[in-house]
Design a protein around this ligand. Structure first.
Ligand SMILES: [Zn+2]
Length: 125
C-alpha cells in the first residue's frame, strides 16, 4: 500500500466528524477507513480511501448511543461499538480528554485551590 501516492499532506490534520474538534496526527482517536471496489467487473476499480476521524469522547458517546440511521452509518457504528466494548483503553482516553477540557475551564467554585478532590459541587450545571 502506498499511502503517499496522492502526495497530499492534507490528511495530517483531521477533524472529528461529530464534534468538529481538531484531531492532530498521533492524537488518540478512532479512524474509520473506507474505500469502494468493483467486484466481478474488469478492469477492477478501486476508489481512493477516505479516512474519517472520531475523537475518543465521540467514539464512546456514539457507541453508547442508539443506532444511527442509514446502512453505512450503522456499519460504522457497529465497528466503533466493537472497539469501545473490546477494551477500556478508549474509554480511558475519553475520560482523559474530558479531564483536560475541565482543566482549561475557569474555576467556577468560590474558593480557588484547596480541596481539589472534593466531590461536592464538582458537577455544576
Ligand atoms: Zn468528537
Amino acid at each position: 500500500m502506498d499511502a503517499t501516492a496522492a502526495g497530499e499532506s492534507a490528511l495530517e490534520n483531521l477533524y472529528c466528524l461529530r464534534c468538529n474538534r481538531e484531531v492532530e496526527a498521533g492524537q488518540k482517536s478512532v479512524a474509520v477507513y473506507m474505500f469502494a471496489q468493483t467486484v466481478g467487473i474488469r478492469p477492477r476499480q478501486k476508489s481512493s480511501a477516505q479516512r474519517i476521524c472520531f475523537c475518543p469522547q465521540c467514539s464512546v458517546s456514539l457507541a453508547m448511543g442508539p443506532p444511527p440511521e442509514g446502512a453505512l452509518n450503522i456499519a460504522a457504528w457497529q465497528m466503533i461499538r466493537d472497539l469501545v466494548s473490546s477494551d477500556p483503553a478508549l474509554n480511558q482516553a475519553a475520560w482523559e480528554t474530558l479531564r483536560a477540557i475541565e482543566g482549561l475551564l475557569p474555576a467556577t467554585g468560590t474558593d480557588s485551590g484547596g480541596h481539589r478532590n472534593g466531590a461536592a459541587g464538582y458537577f455544576e450545571f
